[in-house]
Each structure stands twice: as C-alpha cells, then as structure tokens.
Design a protein around this ligand. Structure first.
Ligand SMILES: O=P(O)(O)OC[C@H]1O[C@](O)(CO)[C@@H](O)[C@@H]1O
Length: 343
C-alpha cells in the first residue's frame, strides 16, 4: 500500500524483537546505571524523538522518583553553557532513529566544551551510527528503522524499549508483563478498529487535537506530529483538562479530537463539552466508555497508563495515514521534510 503503512503494521513484530534484545542487554545497562548512579537523567532528541524524550523523562520522575527532564538537542546546543551546570554528572539518553541528527552530536560536544561531565547511554535504530561513537553504551535496534521519512514503527519501538528497560530497572513486573503482552494486544486492537479509523478519515475535519496526560503526554505529542507529517494538516497536543484553558476556543466542527483517557468524570464532562462544539471526538480507553456523540475505541484490557500510550499512538498513525489519502499527500515523502536533519 505504501512504505509507512507496512511500517505501522509491522511495529508489533519489531517490538517483540526489542524486548528480546533489551533483555539480553540488561546486565550492561544495569551495570552502567549502577556505576554512574546519576543525580539526573536527561533524555534528548529532535522532533519526534524529542516528544518521546518527554514521555521518558516524565516516567523517570513519576515512577522512579528520580530527577529527569527532556531537552531538544538544538536547545542544548545553542544554550550549552546555561545547561552545563545543571547537567553535571547526568546520564544523558539521546534517542534517535538515525543516530545521525547533527544537533544531538553538537549538543554533546557543546556541553563537554562548556565543562560539563556526563555519561551517554544512547538508543538508535541504525548500526554503527555517529551517536554510538559518542556513547559509553549504545543500544542499536536496526529492525525498528523506518525507511519512510515520517517515523511510526520507530517511535513506537523507541518508546516501548525505554519503558521496557525502566520496568526492569524499577522491578515493576506488572508493567513488564503488559509490555510483553502488548504486541498481541496491539495487533488485535488494530484488527478490530482499522476499518473504523479509515472511515474516520473520510469525515470533514481539517485539523487534529490529541489529548493525553502524565507519562503518555509526550508520545501523544508525537501522535499529533503524525498529522502534520503524514497528512499535512495542522495539529496540536494538550494535557487533557488543560485544553479548556484557551485552546477550547478553537475546538470546532472541523476539529478531530483524539483523547487518550482513563475515563474519570472530569474527563467525561470534557468529552461531552467538545462533542457539544460539533467536533469529531474520539476516545481511546481501556474499557468501553459510552458518551453520546463520541466514538470510543477501547483496548478491552486494564492497562498501565504507560501502555495506553502504545494504543493511542497507533490510532493516530493509522488515522493520519488514511487521511493522507483524502488530502492527497504522499505519506512516505512529505514535501519539505527530511528523514533527519544534517546541519
Ligand atoms: O530520530 P532522528 O533520526 O534523530 O530524527 C528526528 C527527525 O525525525 C522526524 O520526526 C521526521 O520523522 C523529524 O521530526 C526529525 O527531524
């Protein structure tokens, strides 16, 4: 059908391989983390990879209760002297499909030049990449590499991989079991709803808003980016209830809203309000949630919040892909976008 379609559909096979690979690499990862015992973990990336970095940093904060933040590599490059003090002794975790995005290498060099000492543990999807040369430990997973310019399988797998490693480091066996089960759950989810997501693309919305909170906000932001890159429509991502604080004025009859929610009463009220604005409102939930006028796509599992992000991302990816057939854009080669930026 197209490169991106095959890559979206192949993401679960690639995830299975990631889990196996990371399990084998876990002793090295654990040894490095124990040896460094970092006061701070900094996740770094550009574009899609930066959105993922936000989810990763939020997870380290919320679940490991360790200080962590995400920084775009371009920001760290330009402002290295400002970040050098705060990043002293940090474990820096760059995430990158290509392992070749210039700003990532620039940022690491600039931080070093500014007198900051740190340890790099990188994740990429290319073998023998430049990023690995800058790393104390590099995890290269070429089976996740998307040939399409827009990242789909890659982002799902990078998110999955970091969450898998974190589940192991914090000894959260429930989360680990759900992550191991997710490739099958995800395949079932897609089989069940793909035709409805294709039909959703035929509705008259012309921009998308993705809503999600906490650990999955970052991957939801990547879901929003997929609408810009794949079907080239404007898109935004907000924290769920925060959409009321301004953005709500733009939630109208031509808005597609995708909300990845736990389903509590405050979230349900918000969904009703947005339906009242005439928007096409879609909810991604664990269990069926009937709200008049909203379309619900339940996974039919009780999921850890982190795992919900994997359901929300594929819903965004496939809806954006089907919308590209309506907008007439080439989802594999969007005009004006390179697979990665070389400066
Ligand atoms: O993950 P990489 O290879 O560093 O590249 C990030 C690039 O990927 C993109 O998401 C393209 O899909 C851009 O946002 C960004 O330039």
């Amino acid at each position: 059908m197209s490169l991106i379609y095959d890559e979206i559909k192949n993401q679960y096979q690639a995830m299975r391989r990631c889990a196996e690979h990371l399990e084998a690499r876990l002793p090295e990862i654990r040894a490095l983390v124990e040896q460094v015992n970092p006061p701070l973990v900094v996740f770094m990336g550009c574009g899609s990879s930066f959105s993922l970095a936000k989810s990763m940093a939020d997870t380290v904060n919320i679940r490991l209760k360790r200080p962590s933040f995400a920084v775009p590599a371009g920001d760290a490059t330009v402002h290295a002297a400002r970040y050098a003090g705060t990043m002293e002794g940090a474990l820096i975790v760059p995430v990158s499909r290509s392992g070749s995005t210039s700003e990532v290498m620039f940022a690491l060099d600039a931080l070093k030049a500014a007198g900051c000492s740190f340890t790099v543990l990188s994740l990429s999807c290319a073998e023998h990449c430049k990023l690995s040369e800058h790393s104390a430990l590099s995890i290269e997973m070429p089976w996740c590499f998307d040939e399409s310019v827009c990242q789909t399988r890659t982002v799902s797998c990078l998110y999955y991989s970091v969450m898998y490693v974190l589940s192991r480091l914090m000894g959260d066996e429930t989360l680990r079991a759900q992550l191991l089960a997710f490739p099958d759950i995800g395949e079932r989810y897609v089989r069940r709803f793909e035709a409805e997501w294709a039909a959703l693309a035929d509705r008259s919305w012309d921009h998308a808003v993705v809503l999600a909170d906490a650990e999955i906000h970052g991957i939801a932001e990547e879901g929003a980016l997929a609408f810009k890159e794949v079907c080239q429509l404007p898109s935004n991502c907000y924290h769920v209830l925060d959409v009321r604080h301004g953005p709500m004025v733009l939630i109208r009859d031509r808005t597609l809203v995708i909300a990845a929610i736990a389903g509590g009463p405050l979230e349900q009220d918000l969904i009703r309000d947005m339906v009242g604005h005439g928007s096409t409102v879609v909810t991604c939930t664990d269990r069926p949630l009937a709200i008049d006028g909203a379309l619900n796509f339940p996974v039919d599992e009780d999921l850890d919040h982190i795992v919900r992000g994997l359901a929300a991302i594929v819903l965004c990816q496939l809806t954006a892909f089907y919308k590209s057939r309506v907008t007439g854009t080439d989802p594999d080669h969007p005009d004006g976008l390179d697979a990665w930026i070389k400066l």
